[in-house]
Write a protein that binds this ligand. Structure first.
Ligand SMILES: Cc1cc2nc3c(=O)[nH]c(=O)nc-3n(C[C@H](O)[C@H](O)[C@H](O)COP(=O)(O)OP(=O)(O)OC[C@H]3O[C@@H](n4cnc5c(N)ncnc54)[C@H](O)[C@@H]3O)c2cc1C
Length: 387
């Protein structure tokens, strides 16, 4: 596997173990069928609990059975999962960074005890409902709202593009609390079997096909007051979750790019044209050299990000830079790898075109490339250009 400047030689024993466990799981359990899942638009749901048993959900958190591994180990795990498919990494990202993280960071003791062990083992599946049909890049405009009622709240609204909503047991729904001054955004734990909840699946996606995506409809859904995340109010709630998930994406995208590179390198040495392997042509070597360089520089950024996160010095803007750079890199390199495979490159027998299509979603969700550009622009100039 490409590790051109030997970054993995600095991994400690636990980090290597996590890397190897994830690689083996992917090779044995997922890679053989992932192309078929992608074609059929299904996720291997039978693996959700096994992923939990292997510690793939929020292993960087501590307590409630979670091991508190290093941020590097967590990043490497995301890299290995996405080397298989962005849908697989999305499963772990949503469950860990978007559902378990907010419960861990902002939940009551009862909420933590009720949900973290079950989510950690994959016995329960969670989803994160922020995006709405009319509010994507600007989620603060959300229309979903809560009104106080009978020592609880009535929720109304709709969320869309929600990873795993059709299979989730619980949704973290971000909604404006109209019973409080200034309608603050609050996080609500909504069990999906409550009256008034619907979770329609979104079909016919041409990207991230091996991942289940749906809507969340909320029609006078009652939740008791103890289902509100007590320790956070305002947009910093959902945004801090997104920072965690984007951190994983910055690592994960490198995995997709690395898999494209390895596939193209192998193909170029095997495939013969004009009397020998195409890898002997300078044009092909240039593509491989560029791919390896881009992947390596993205890895360096990710490793540095892990150090900053470990020290508590990572800012959301650092994460924006890494998500923006590494996903764009992977998206560009997947196309080049596809090109190197010629006609075979457009089939599901090889991974690059699947990664290429998946990366359109990764480029768009968790803040589009444009939005991260604006985040960096604001950080660099002090002037916000969002509106
Ligand atoms: C497969 C998939 C899974 C997803 N999973 C989840 C999930 O689990 N939970 C969840 O809450 N959401 C999820 N999302 C939603 C995702 O986060 C949104 O799609 C994303 O935030 C963009 O919102 P939008 O699609 O409404 O695009 P829009 O915000 O409408 O953007 C359209 C275009 O306008 C550009 N644009 C917007 N504002 C500006 C600006 N100020 N300046 C310049 N350009 C701008 C954007 O960059 C984009 O190119 C998922 C999306 C997909 C596709």
């Amino acid at each position: 596997m490409l590790d051109y400047v030997g970054l993995e030689s600095d991994l400690d024993a636990e980090e290597r173990m996590i890397r190897d466990t994830a690689r083996e799981f992917v090779d044995d359990e997922v890679r053989p069928d992932v192309g078929q899942h992608w074609i059929e638009g299904t996720f291997p749901t039978d693996l959700i609990e096994e992923m939990g048993e292997l510690g793939f959900y929020a292993p960087n958190l501590e307590g409630y059975g979670l091991p508190g591994v290093s941020e590097t180990a967590y990043g490497i795990l995301m890299q290995e999962l996405e080397a298989c498919d962005s849908g697989l990494r999305s499963m772990a990202s949503v469950q860990g960074a978007l559902v378990m993280y907010p419960i861990h960071a902002f939940g009551s003791d009862e909420q933590k005890e009720q949900w973290l062990p079950k989510l950690g083992t994959g016995e329960a599946v969670g989803c994160f409902g922020l995006t709405e049909p009319e509010h994507g890049s600007d989620p603060s405009g959300m229309a979903t709202h809560a009104e106080a009622e009978d020592e609880g709240y009535l929720l109304n609204g709709s969320k869309t593009w929600i990873t795993n909503s059709p299979i989730a047991d619980v949704a973290i729904v971000w909604a404006r609390d109209r019973s409080a001054d200034d309608d603050p955004v609050r996080g609500f734990l909504v069990e999906t079997d409550r009256d008034g909840v619907s979770t329609n699946k979104i079909d016919e996606k041409l990207s991230l096909r091996a991942s289940i995506t749906g809507e969340i409809g909320l029609n006078d859904v009652y939740v008791p007051a103890e289902n509100v995340l007590p320790e956070v109010s305002g947009m910093k709630g959902p945004l801090s979750c997104l920072t965690q998930a984007r951190y994983g994406i910055a690592w994960g995208a490198i995995g997709a790019a690395r898999d494209c590179f390895e596939t193209a390198r192998q193909y170029a040495t095997d495939r013969e044209q004009f009397g020998g392997p195409i890898a002997r042509f300078q044009l092909q070597q240039r593509k491989l050299a560029e791919m390896a360089t881009q992947i390596t520089t993205a890895q360096l950024l990710a490793y540095r990000l892990a150090e900053l996160k470990e020290r508590g010095e990572m800012t959301p803007q650092h994460v924006s830079m890494a998500k923006r750079n590494n996903v764009r890199m992977a998206r560009d390199q997947s196309r080049i790898a596809r090109e190197m495979l010629g006609g075979n490159g457009i089939t599901a027998d090889y991974s690059p075109m699947r990664h290429m299509a998946n990366l359109e979603t990764v480029y768009t969700y968790e803040g589009t490339h444009d939005i991260h550009t604006l985040v960096l622009g604001q950080d660099l100039t002090g002037i916000a250009a969002f509106e």
